[in-house]
Ligand binder design. Sequence first.
Ligand code: ADP
Length: 463
Amino acid sequence: MSDKIEVKNPATGEVIATIAADNPKSVNAKLKAGYEAFKTFSKTTAYERAALLNHWAELILEHQEELATIMTKENGKPLKEAVGEVISTASYLTWFAEEAKRLYGRTIPAGTNNKRLMVTRQGIGLVAAITPWNFPAAMMTRKAGPALAAGCTFIVKPAEDTPLTMIRLVELAHKAGIPTDVVQIVNGRGADIGPLFTGSPYVRKITFTGSTPVGKLLIQQSAETMKGVSMELGGHAPFIVCEDADIDYVVTQAIASKFRNAGQTCICANRFLVHEAVIDEFSEKFAQAAKALKVGNGLEEGVEVGPVINKKGFDKIVAQIEDAKAKGATLLAGGTTHFDNEKGFYFVNPTVLGNVTLDMKIMQEETFGPVAPITPFKSDEEAIEIANSTPFGLAAYFFTDNYKRGIYFQENLDFGILGWNDGLPTAAQAPFGGMKESGIGSEGGTEGIEPYLQTKYLSIAGL
Ligand code: ADP
């Protein structure tokens, strides 16, 4: 286990901080402290917990510039997007502060007059979270918000690439009055910390956002102690454009869905399926809009697409572009890169690929980069067939002004999140979660608190 983590600015390769990593002893001590803290925190009222969550959200919003700047420096996303993420980070806390007050139970009619049957719900215990680098702040409060609202205690391990935003978020949680053992952070490599979380008898639940292979591993490891698991994993979103759609509008949504965070979100459009009657018009307008995007350091004014996170991500993106080109794809925009292996920064210019066929890697594997492959379809049935032909089922988008087609897509797409004429569907008050290998459970919405609760049934007799 290495004892230090270097945090780099992906736009320059410069080391911006070196932080201490936890070791097994310190992790176990924190897990024990979180377990002990549950005994008192779970007894607080929903109103007390709501007040703490609201106060934390206020402090996050007060510090939005500072948090966004830290985030842009360690993640690379444009500052404007980072500010947007900070606002959404707070919105999960305020949403779940309200949900805390609505954790109702129920009574059930008994079979005899001398009995009463009652159901209550309570927090599950200590929750251990592992979060990714692509949304260094929001992925934390989407888990911590409902966990704390339910009366759970919480410990989080941020991604090694982006721990600084999380360190500051946790400081603000404590400043807001949340006890230090109720929200804790540990730092370290995933493979070192993961087994300490999953193997600990103190932890009752594992919640994870990240890649599907790591999600599967965490589920396997959690089986030993029968921990609850919530998994928000990879995607391969289809973006379906029908011939009746308003193509200029669709292009604005396609740009937002594909190039936000340099294409590094699990709900980014990954496959553009366009009706053959409008594929030329869409491809031309989309490629033009992609070429106009300003690429650079996210701290600079007007930059719309930042670097990709690291060499591993970069290599995968470039390999997909090369594979597509080798199999006959044409470059309609981008295809070029700007990187420096020595300094350690990696940019991929917004890329649009035409003549794409389904055998190309990019049509099968998640890209996590600013590359848009376009392929035609002839009928809605064919679009559904292509869209569903993946083990992933996170987000899907479809664009049509015809309500019958819209409902057909809604009913037949095997994806947990759908955007109908909407390229940015995420909201704190709505459930976010995948089908198939994209995950287990939903975050956000009224659904988002369920995984942090356990049901207790009481039967009273002798009345
Ligand atoms: P990516 O490849 O995009 O970085 P990962 O799933 O590897 O996605 O990373 C998401 C989070 O999972 C990070 O916090 C990372 O440290 C953590 N992680 C990676 N490998 C493991 C592992 N073997 N066990 C537990 N957590 C892991």
